[in-house]
Design a binder for this molecule. Sequence first.
Ligand SMILES: Nc1nc2c(c(=O)[nH]1)N[C@H]1C(S)=C(S)[C@@H](COP(=O)(O)OP(=O)(O)OC[C@H]3O[C@@H](n4cnc5c(=O)[nH]c(N)nc54)[C@H](O)[C@@H]3O)O[C@H]1N2
Ligand SMILES: Nc1nc2c(c(=O)[nH]1)N[C@H]1C(S)=C(S)[C@@H](COP(=O)(O)OP(=O)(O)OC[C@H]3O[C@@H](n4cnc5c(=O)[nH]c(N)nc54)[C@H](O)[C@@H]3O)O[C@H]1N2
Ligand code: SF4
Ligand SMILES: [Mo]
Length: 744
Amino acid sequence: MATRTAVRTCPLCEATCGLVLTLEGNRIVGAAGDPDDVFSHGYVCPKGATFGELEHDPDRLTRPLVQVDGRHREATWDEAFAIIAERWTAVVDRHGTEATAVYVGNPNVHNLAGSLYLRPLLKLLRTRNLFSASSVDQLPKHVSSGYLFGDPLAIPVPDIDSTDWLLMLGANPRMSNGSLCTAPDFPGRLDALKARGGKLTVVDPRRSRTARKADEHVFIRPGTDGHLLLAMVAELFAADLVDLGALVNVVDGLEVVEQAVAGWDAEQAAAVTGVEADTIRRLTRELAAADRAAVYGRMGTTTVAFGTATSWLVDVLNILTGNLDRPGGAMWPLPAHAIPSRWRRGGWRTGRWTSRVRGFPEAIGELPVATLVDEIETPGEGQVRALLTVAGNPALSTPDSARLDRALASLELMVCVDIYLNETTRHADVILPAEPSIARSHYDAAFYGLAIRNVANYSPPVVDLDEGQEREWRLLLRLAGAMTGQGPDVDLDAADGFVALGLAGQLTSSEESRVHGRDPEELLAATAPRTGPERLLDLMLRAGPYGDGFGAHPDGLTLATLEQNPHGVDLGALQPRIPDVIRNDGGRIDLAPELLVADVARLRAPAAANGGFLLVGRRHLRSNNSWGHNVPSLRKGRDLCTLHLHPDDATGLGVGDGDEVRLKSAAGEVVAPVEVTDDIMRGVISLPHGYGHDLDGIELSVASVNPGVNVNILADGSVDPVSGNAVLNGVAVTLERVAAPAAV
Ligand SMILES: Nc1nc2c(c(=O)[nH]1)N[C@H]1C(S)=C(S)[C@@H](COP(=O)(O)OP(=O)(O)OC[C@H]3O[C@@H](n4cnc5c(=O)[nH]c(N)nc54)[C@H](O)[C@@H]3O)O[C@H]1N2
Ligand SMILES: Nc1nc2c(c(=O)[nH]1)N[C@H]1C(S)=C(S)[C@@H](COP(=O)(O)OP(=O)(O)OC[C@H]3O[C@@H](n4cnc5c(=O)[nH]c(N)nc54)[C@H](O)[C@@H]3O)O[C@H]1N2
Ligand code: SF4
Ligand SMILES: [Mo]
């Protein structure tokens, strides 16, 4: 059969690599890095290279499923939506909208449907029970950025292409390919940092692949990065090394921070973190002395008990050394699509409401998913009885999973938009499958706002929909109608027009947009005949900072420009953005937000002794959270779901490679095979997440052959109290050897 090629951005992680797909008809028969991509220059990882296998996975759902007598069977779309319309509204009629909840998962930020059409749906559902993967991930960074800069989306990213000195805590981009720092070919960029004489220091309780190739690796006791960074801040003040540089006139609260850290020092931090005091002082001096330096923290700094304080201290260090908002430091991208802020200037805060059972504060409109289980289990007004999940697998990804699994089974109604019958969706009454990824368009709205260069790249659909498939954005609109009493049939074109008009209205009323004051209807007319995500994207690009402003800047960007440039448009290196980027009153950085300064006291309090092991996670190139395990090529090679254990600890327990040990925590227990390695600190163990594909009623024929264990059975629902983010790293567990079966 004749083949053709298509160029497309990979939607599988934050790196946004360009792929060249080879197709026979509608089938992908090859995937390679796109050498002409303006950002990734041909880089590809094993997930991108096996994209075709994932797309054409025979277990992928192509028709709606409904559950009858405990079994799932295929149904028509009309049947599926009729059930949803009837039963969701019945729950609302009986118990109110607060008895309904939504969980949205990670792939939504890799997909225009989720990025553009979820928000209107969530608004219409009128419930505060909104949960997402953010609260098992980066929520602390949103909260610290919200308080520092007035905008929880204004997350500074390390300018890794031109820095001289990079301190990386709790991140492993040679495996993850980078997070909250979109940089395709992260490994190559770290190599380039080294080649130009720069220095990379990695802080991690494991000698990760990134740590191994760094100039310096510092082992740290899990969960204590905040203590380390606090000492570095104290040392900057004590040694008179604070130099705000160009930030000197925009920072408030310097003295408050100085007071808050006074009396804390490298020796105290050393006792908590296990990092030598001399190392802490030396790193502080290196940071202060470097011309262009950046501090960057990821999963190991956010999914811990002090996640928000640690995330804040990362940027406090960037600010105190004058490295924020300058090339080679920590900078803000300026993406091509205008994102009208959901937050009032000068008004951002958490805790506008609290969760019903455990009283956790709302943050960025969400409640912590660690407490979803409490909201389902605990009787009373507002008890959650119906749940919608969109592209999420909380049964594996969120804490106290065994308990959550039981709670999901107890719901009156569960509706899932997903592509698999998996650990979460097996509980669904109705599953609505999304279309194949290559049948939809792509633009990384979320990640261009976190990228180390300003780039825009749009990929049109590569294939048409097959008969019987539906577009996910249309499913979300239809759900909005069905769940709010408009019946199972909604005029989707009218609903889409309504969403577009709303966006145009937001853009024209935003002072930051190139279409401020214009008539929304006029803009809509100018985007004709586009509809759906393309219309929304065209509006955003044209209103955005490089846009044509619908005629006001004739040479500016439109969606058509991106269509003409399939390898992307490079909009240049990051530029300083202060004061525009700051949304606090007066355009000033609040270095000392009350909530965070108060949390320093918690950080400084003596920690309870822990006799057992501390559990941390890890990622691998051949795995993708919980849904990358059904791709045959990625499952080849050695087993990835093993328990990393230091040789001395292995000796102490009397176990060796392949032996099984039982891990017990406050929440539960699992049994995992040991892999002895001195790449991990003594007293620390590591198990990856997203495994445990051995449950009844799932259809993952490859993943379930070697299912692995679900590490989140061990996480007990503890959170960082400031953000509500789950504690997934630094979980206290005890280990015991599983006795070998007696010989017969
Ligand atoms: N212990 C521990 N737990 C963790 C982590 C950790 O490091 N350690 N990491 C956390 C992090 S960072 C994250 S982001 C979360 C992820 O948590 P989740 O987002 O809940 O889980 P994923 O594994 O990403 O599952 C994504 C789901 O979306 C479905 N899906 C894939 N593509 C599509 C699509 O196009 N449309 C729709 N509708 N569905 C689709 C998949 O089938 C799968 O069910 O896990 C978190 N959990
Ligand atoms: N191949 C692959 N790539 C992925 C994913 C995937 O599942 N597979 N998931 C994607 C997602 S959703 C995300 S959010 C990103 C995450 O991207 P990263 O944060 O870079 O990913 P991790 O590999 O989880 O790296 C976390 C590191 O923190 C260390 N660590 C654990 N606890 C601590 C601690 O207390 N202190 C310090 N300093 N370090 C600690 C761990 O040992 C680990 O090396 O990766 C994305 N990319
Ligand atoms: S690094 Fe991420 S974006 Fe690039 S090919 Fe791999 S999965 Fe895709
Ligand atoms: Mo994530």
